[in-house]
Design a protein around this ligand. Structure first.
Ligand code: FPP
Length: 211
């Protein structure tokens, strides 16, 4: 059996708000804890064989949330990009942000450009952050990413929410009840173990039956 050398994992990071509510904290605290989880998973992913990681940070439909939450998220993204860039560089991570930029606040757009430029030579992990992203819009505009091997959604819901619809044509889907701020390296390892135990057929026959 040939072992593929590329492994593209995509994550719908859901459950920040519920994580905070269960602790009597404001939703923004859940998003901050979510940013810590992003750092942990980005650092753990390459050691677990992940070569590309695409994270759904803000959907084109998330603009419907209260303006105060949206503004807090935009500030959090900008701050995270600024503070994390040195670690990304150290870890050989190349960061790209996918999605629309014309509706983002100027300081965030500047932080995105700076982080992308600074990390452009990274070869260990291709990290894509989807911000103001809609898969339907991306397909219509022909902004297609590499095929996803494994899609993880945290927070207990089982839906795709307009994320990487084209790229997930043959993705294995993995849903977990864990809230995103609690998602740890060991949980990523569990998801990858489940993924490697599955047999992918891409519409063909199982190896034993293929003759
Ligand atoms: C879903 O939780 C999460 C989001 C809409 C935002 C994702 C943002 C982060 C993980 C934080 C920081 C990210 C980066 C890249 C720094 P929810 O608010 O929908 O949770 P709920 O379903 O429990 O309300």
């Amino acid at each position: 059996m040939s072992q593929s050398t590329s492994l593209h994992v995509a994550v719908i990071m859901d459950g920040n708000g519920r994580w905070a509510a269960r602790r009597g904290l404001p939703r923004a605290a859940g998003h901050r804890a979510g940013a810590d989880a992003v750092r942990r998973i980005v650092e753990a992913a390459p050691d677990q064989g992940v070569t590309a990681l695409t994270l759904f940070a803000f959907s084109a439909d998330n603009w419907k949330r209260p303006a105060s939450e949206v503004a807090a998220l935009m500030r959090l993204f900008a701050r995270h990009l600024q503070t994390e860039t040195p670690r990304l560089l150290e870890n050989g991570v190349r960061l790209d942000v996918v999605g629309r930029r014309d509706r983002l606040p100027a300081p965030l757009v500047a932080a995105i450009r700076a982080a992308e430029r600074a990390t452009a030579a990274g070869t260990r992990l291709r990290l894509r952050l989807a911000v103001d992203y809609s898969a339907r819009a991306a397909i219509a505009d022909r902004h297609i990413l590499p095929d996803v091997d494994l899609l993880i959604r945290t927070g207990g819901e089982q839906r795709l929410s307009d994320f990487l619809l084209w790229e997930c044509a043959y993705a294995e889907l993995y849903f977990t009840e864990i809230m995103w701020p609690d998602f740890a390296a060991a949980d990523l390892a569990d998801a990858l173990r489940a993924f490697h135990a599955r047999q992918r057929r891409f519409g063909g026959l199982p190896e034993a039956a293929a003759g």
